[in-house]
Design a protein. Structure first.
Ligand SMILES: Oc1cc(-c2ccc(F)cc2)cc2nccnc12
Ligand SMILES: [Mg+2]
Length: 214
């Protein structure tokens, strides 16, 4: 009955992972996507870099652009202290439905708000509708052509403060050259590149960390 790849991933997690155990959810998604069907989760190699950047930032308010199946939401939220708020934006309703079930199964749904819609519509609502002051951490992992405009929109909406961390996936594959040029040259960010590999493949990819100077 699982018609979509995302439903098959969910089914594999529900069958093989341990309810309430985020690490087992992460491990089983990685197992399925490396052995059966490739999918665009950040994966374990880049995931370890993501873990380390999250740990050193110790964020209280986090925004993710691009939920997909919820793999990175589970990855990030498993590291957070109680009481933090994690907002994740997903444009595709079928992806959002799978992500909610995976996040719930991992036992993390109380920390997470899955916001369905376009980032261009939702980012301007964060302050008033979702009572966000500023964001401590942003994980950018949606459509590469939206990386730069959405980063500029975060600035325009005064959602970034001195030290806010913007971490972007896929800056080599599929690549976000205009975003890289912007954050590295506009003078508002301190940037660090973290070379790694495309999820479940041997191809080179990288994460870019851009810390807002305020
Ligand atoms: O991590 C990712 C990988 C890819 C992707 C697709 C096809 C390839 F051939 C290579 C890489 C697309 C993505 N879109 C949105 C968010 N993350 C993505
Ligand atoms: Mg990605």
């Amino acid at each position: 009955l699982c018609q979509t790849k995302e439903q098959r991933i969910l089914d594999f997690v529900l069958k093989n992972a341990v309810r309430g155990d985020p690490q087992s959810v992460i491990d089983n998604i990685d197992k399925y996507c490396s052995q059966r069907e490739w999918s665009m989760n950040v994966g374990n190699e880049k995931g370890i870099i993501l873990d380390n950047v999250v740990k050193e930032s110790n964020p209280s308010t986090i925004l993710e652009l691009g939920t997909y199946c919820g793999y990175s939401a589970v990855r990030i939220c498993r590291l957070l202290k109680p009481g933090v708020r994690f907002f994740t934006v997903e444009f595709n309703p079928a992806y959002a439905a799978v992500a909610k079930q995976i996040i719930e199964f991992a036992g993390l749904i109380d920390k997470v708000q899955v916001l369905e819609g376009s980032t261009g519509d939702i980012i301007p609502q964060l302050k008033k509708k979702y009572e966000v002051d500023t964001l401590d951490f942003v994980f950018v992992d949606h459509w590469k052509d939206k990386y730069k405009p959405d980063t500029q929109l975060l600035e325009k909406c005064n959602l970034l403060r001195k030290g806010s961390v913007v971490l972007a996936d896929n800056v080599i594959v599929p690549g976000a050259p205009d975003f890289l040029e912007y954050v590295r040259n506009c003078g508002k960010y301190d940037c660090t590149n973290f070379p790694s590999f495309l999820e479940y493949m041997d191809e080179k990819d990288a994460l870019e960390k851009a810390v807002f100077r305020g």
